[in-house]
Each structure stands twice: as structure tokens, then as C-alpha cells.
Design a protein around this ligand. Structure first.
Ligand code: C2E
Ligand code: CA
Ligand code: CA
Length: 565
């Protein structure tokens, strides 16, 4: 049977004394319980400590010795990262030295000579070891082993204490991040990544020795610093950037930093949220990698929050308005209304008319876009049926799909149901999917789109040319229409290069047998060039901006009259 004592680790005790008689005396007391090592002076003691990488449970240290005395040993180990946790009991004959030893970090002292003190010495040694190991356990959880900075939870615990108990300290919140750290890891290996993190950690600790503050590694590559106000954060960031650059001159690593200045009564977690938001604001901006959180950002943040909060009531009170913008077939003469695109606006009771660019991306990021899109699709489907019943013609409507719509498993069922409820044919309800959605998780997207097309829906690739889809990818893509991004059209009247580019795109589309919609056509000149280059469809202010349904009706009426004549 194994006794509990045997499975316990045998602790190492290092006895340091220049007098053999003292070493022997302690050896007799300790050797039954510990693995005892001996040194005759400070130098030897340090060598042994280093040989065991600091894995010494306790040091019994004489003060007066040749070569290197006990005070010097104390000083040295306190400054040595690896050795500073070794507790030291000082062995002394003079009372006067005790205080100085304690000030240098000694844990306890024992007076020489050691007469009839076996039990007392053993008890002290074991007590000090216990205390020190307990403290180290806490310290391990407290610190990130890689950088030596606080771990996240302890950091916020201490930050809150500083905030609560030292209101006189005006502390700023600083968040620092490494650009594309996952790529640094992937390209140069995790070991290199660890070196980068460690070096940043070291420099942050160096900084914190010069100023008041604490720091943590919050996530993989995010560093949080809570420090008294610095006048020049640009210089601070440069300092960290410089240390990182010195690791490896051939590898470019960019840091970015966001700062929230101290603000009365603003809780630290909120300060760090804002510093983090500021830090994200400069993501990828290598020219201006520093952002101080400011009023404008705060207002934007509040506005976003307001829009998110107001979404439900906006749906209930039907504040969202669906506008329609016509697409004309320009190969017929005169151009003929062929379909339209549904584009949402928000008639906000306090903020007025809000364009989609101000809330669609926000709702996309927050997983709320499906609510809005469902609303638009239902409106649009009803509108097609309404016009059909009123004018006897069907104007197909294209609706916009967000990425997350495409990955919603209920999408196909919902669309099928919607079309059936309004007695529409699927091809009258077209779906615009932005090109950038095709680039990641392409396979899943292609599956959904194939499924929809099999059911008869038509899919248009929106904003074509704004993303990175390659030409060979395009040939495999199941799409019915290409919508050329408006940036291609803008300058075709003045730039032959731009015109040629448009013609190349039209050539490719012809080769793939998909019709092209040119978006953002504003002038007759653009229209003529596009028509002559073989472009099929045009959408843009030249014909009409997006308009509310009643205004769109006059376009339908005009079309019906032209038919009759
Ligand atoms: P998009 O799908 O590329 O829509 C075309 C945008 O170009 C519309 O902006 C339209 O008003 C604008 N536009 C049309 N003709 C011209 C022109 O001749 N010149 C110029 N300069 N602009 C023109 P809008 O309505 O502000 O919509 C912006 C974006 O918001 C849309 O871009 C679309 O991505 C998104 N969006 C709009 N409605 C919805 C929706 O219901 N659901 C989703 N998920 N996204 C929507
Ligand atoms: Ca669109
Ligand atoms: Ca577009």
C-alpha cells in the first residue's frame, strides 16, 4: 500500500552556511523529511538554485559568508524571475541583521546556534513552504503563464478594486491588439507567435514599472492595460511596436491600440468596451493604428444601440417602407420596364428617413437581419400580387438576401410558402445575393442556390466585381443574372479603360450566357455606351430612383399605355 506521504513530492531544502558545524546541525534535523542540498557561500547557493531551475522549496540562508554574503543572495533572487518565489529563512546570530533581511524579502529568521530547537525549526520550515506554495498556486491562476500579466478575471477584479478604492487615481483603459495574429501564427508557427506575445508582455511590464497600472492578456492577442493617464499614447504604441519589430526584422507585425480616457463614474468594464471599440475601429489601418475613443464614436454607439432597441416596435408599427427601383431592358426601343428591385428605408418617428446602409450592416452583425428581410419579402410579394390584380401585368420584384438568410435552414420553405400564398410563380420573385457571400463557405451557398433554382427561383449575383470571385468560380456558379457593381459604370464616359473593363465583363457574361444588369446608370451617355456594348438591363437614377409603391405605379401605367399604342 502506498502511504499518502510517499506519493507526496519530496521537497528540496537548500542549506547555505559557510560553517560545516551549522550545515551538519540543520542536516540532522531536516534530512528525515526533506531532500537537503548544501552550499558553502552565496555563489554556490545561486548556482544550485539555477541548476534546479528554481525548484527549491525553501532556502536556509546564513548572512555572513565569504565570496557572496546572504544579503547579496537575497537581492539577487528577488530580481530573478525564476528564483524570486523561493522562500528564504535567514540564519542569524545578530538581532540587528534581522530587520534588513526581512526588508530584503526573507520570509522568517532563526537565531543561531540551533540548540534544542529541532521541533521549532521543522515546524517553521514546513509552515513557510506551505504558505509559499499556497501563494504560488494563487499566483499561477492569477497570471497568464506566457506573458506573466494578469489573467482576465483577476485583472478585472483588481481593476474594480482600484476603481472603487482609489477614486483619486484617474485611470485610462487601453486595449492593444495584434493585426492578423492568426496569420502570423499560421505563417511562422505558434512558437514564434508565443515569442511575440511574450515580448509584448515583457515590454508592458517594463512600462508598468515606470508608471502606475496593471495589465492582462485578455484573449489570444488582446492586451488590456489600466494605467494612469499618459500624455502620448502614440509614443507608447510606437514603443511596443519597436520591441515587436526587433524580434524579427523580416516579419512585419502591426499593433493597433484603442484608448478610453478616464471618465467620472464610468465603470471599468464599460471603459474597456469603449477602448476595445476604438481599437477595432482602426483594424487594418496601418497608417493610423491608434484611436482615442471620442464623442462622435460615443454618439454613433448610442445611435446603434437605439436602432437595435427600436427594431421590434418599428416592425410592429410598420415604420419600414419598401421602395421599388425599376430595371429597364435597353435592347428594346424604347427601353421597356422589365422588373424592379425592392429596397428598404426606415421611416423613423424621431430620426426621419434612414437609408438602408445605416442599419442593414448593423442588423447583419447582430443577427437581426432576418426579421427585416422577412418583412421586406412579405411586402414585396404582396405588392407583386396587388399590381397584377390591378393592371393585369406582372412586374417581377428582386429582393436582397443577406449572407445569414442564405444559411438559414428555413429559407427555402419560407420562400416557397410566401410565393404560394400570393399566387406567384417563383421566377417572379427574384433573389439578389451579393458576390461577397459567394466567397466563404461557397459550397453551402451553392447548394442552397441550386435548390432554389430547381424550384424555379431566379438568382442574381449582386455587386459583381466588388468582391473576389475568380473567373473559373464564376463558370461553375448557378446564377441567372449578373448585376455589375456601379463603380464600373461611373466613369465609362470619360475613361476608355473603364469602358473596356465593362466590355470585358459583358463579354464574359455573354460567354456564360447570363444577362447583365448595369447598376447606377445616371446619364444618357452611359446608357448609350452600355446599349452599344450589348448590356441587357439597366437600373439607375437615369430612369428612376427607388420610389414608393404609388409612385412606381405611374411607371407601370406609362408602360401599359405604351403597349396599347
Ligand atoms: P444594392 O442592393 O446594391 O442596391 C442598389 C443601391 O444603389 C441602392 O441603394 C440604390 O438606391 C442605389 N442606386 C440605384 N441607382 C443609383 C444611381 O443611379 N446612382 C447611385 N449613386 N445610386 C443608385 P440603397 O437603397 O441605399 O441600398 C443600399 C444597400 O442596402 C443595397 O445595395 C443593399 O445591399 C442593401 N439593402 C437595401 N434593402 C435591403 C433589404 O431589404 N435587405 C437587405 N438584406 N439589404 C438591403
Ligand atoms: Ca441589390
Ligand atoms: Ca448592387
Amino acid at each position: 500500500m502506498i502511504k499518502p506521504k510517499q506519493i507526496q513530492r519530496i521537497r528540496r531544502v537548500l542549506v547555505v552556511d559557510d560553517q560545516e558545524i551549522n550545515r551538519d546541525a540543520l542536516g540532522v534535523i531536516l534530512e528525515d523529511h526533506y531532500d537537503v542540498l548544501y552550499a558553502e557561500n552565496g555563489k554556490q547557493a545561486l548556482d544550485i538554485c539555477r541548476e534546479y531551475s528554481g525548484d527549491i522549496s525553501i532556502m536556509m540562508l546564513d548572512l555572513i559568508m565569504p565570496e557572496m554574503n546572504g544579503f547579496e543572495v537575497l537581492k539577487t533572487i528577488r530580481e530573478d524571475e525564476q528564483l524570486r518565489n523561493i522562500p528564504v529563512i535567514v540564519l542569524t546570530a545578530e538581532k540587528s541583521a534581522e530587520l534588513e533581511a526581512l526588508q530584503l524579502g526573507a520570509a522568517d529568521f532563526i537565531a543561531k546556534p540551533f540548540l534544542d530547537m529541532d521541533e521549532v525549526i521543522l515546524a517553521r520550515v514546513s509552515r513557510i513552504i506551505e504558505l509559499s506554495e499556497g501563494r504560488q498556486l494563487i499566483s499561477a491562476a492569477e497570471h497568464d503563464p506566457l506573458t506573466g500579466l494578469y489573467s482576465r478575471n483577476f485583472f478585472f477584479e483588481y481593476v474594480n478594486r482600484i476603481y472603487t478604492y482609489h477614486p483619486e487615481l484617474h485611470m485610462d483603459a487601453v486595449v492593444m491588439n495584434i493585426e492578423q495574429f492568426h496569420i502570423v501564427n499560421a505563417l511562422h508557427g505558434r512558437d514564434f507567435g508565443d515569442v511575440v506575445l511574450r515580448v509584448i508582455g515583457e515590454e508592458i511590464r517594463a512600462f508598468l514599472r515606470e508608471t502606475e497600472g496593471i495589465a492582462s492578456r485578455n484573449e489570444a492577442d488582446r492586451f488590456d492595460i489600466y494605467c494612469v493617464h499618459q500624455d502620448d499614447y502614440g509614443a507608447l504604441l510606437k514603443r511596443f511596436q519597436k520591441t515587436v519589430a526587433e524580434i524579427s526584422p523580416n516579419i512585419n507585425i502591426h499593433l493597433r491600440m484603442g484608448v478610453k480616457y478616464w471618465q467620472e463614474n464610468l465603470e471599468p468594464t464599460l471603459m474597456f468596451d469603449r477602448a476595445h471599440a476604438a481599437c477595432n475601429k482602426v483594424r487594418g489601418d496601418y497608417q493610423n493604428p491608434l484611436m482615442i475613443y471620442n464623442e462622435a464614436m460615443q454618439e454613433k454607439e448610442l445611435l446603434k444601440q437605439k436602432l437595435l432597441n427600436d427594431l421590434r416596435s418599428a416592425i410592429e408599427q410598420r415604420q419600414f417602407k419598401v421602395f421599388y427601383q425599376p430595371k429597364y431592358d435597353i435592347q428594346s426601343n424604347p427601353p421597356q420596364l422589365s422588373s424592379c428591385e425592392a429596397l428598404i428605408r426606415w421611416q423613423h418617428p424621431e430620426l426621419g428617413m434612414i437609408p438602408p446602409g445605416n442599419f442593414i450592416p448593423l442588423f447583419e452583425r447582430n443577427g437581426l437581419i432576418n426579421i427585416v428581410d422577412n418583412y421586406v419579402w412579405a411586402e414585396a410579394a404582396r405588392q407583386i400580387a396587388k399590381w397584377r390584380d390591378k393592371y393585369g401585368v406582372t412586374v417581377p420584384v428582386s429582393v436582397n438576401l443577406s449572407r445569414s438568410d442564405v444559411f438559414d435552414p428555413t429559407l427555402v420553405d419560407r420562400l416557397v410558402k410566401l410565393v404560394a400564398e400570393n399566387n406567384l410563380e417563383p421566377k417572379q420573385f427574384k433573389l439578389e445575393v451579393t458576390e461577397s457571400a459567394y466567397t466563404d463557405n461557397a459550397q453551402r451557398l451553392l447548394d442552397v442556390i441550386s435548390q432554389l433554382r430547381t424550384l424555379g427561383f431566379e438568382v442574381e449575383m449582386d455587386d459583381f466585381g466588388s468582391g473576389y470571385s475568380s473567373l473559373n468560380m464564376l463558370s461553375e456558379m448557378p446564377i441567372d443574372v449578373l448585376k455589375m457593381d456601379m463603380k464600373f459604370i461611373r466613369n465609362i464616359e470619360s475613361s476608355t479603360t473603364d469602358l473596356h473593363l465593362v466590355q470585358v465583363i459583358l463579354d464574359i457574361a455573354r460567354y456564360l450566357r447570363v444577362p447583365v444588369v448595369a447598376e447606377g446608370v445616371e446619364t444618357l451617355g452611359q446608357l448609350n455606351l452600355l446599349r452599344d456594348s450589348g448590356c441587357n438591363l439597366v437600373q439607375g437614377y437615369y430612369f428612376s430612383p427607388p420610389v414608393p409603391p404609388d409612385k412606381f405605379e405611374s411607371l407601370i401605367q406609362k408602360e401599359c399605355e405604351a403597349e396599347r399604342n
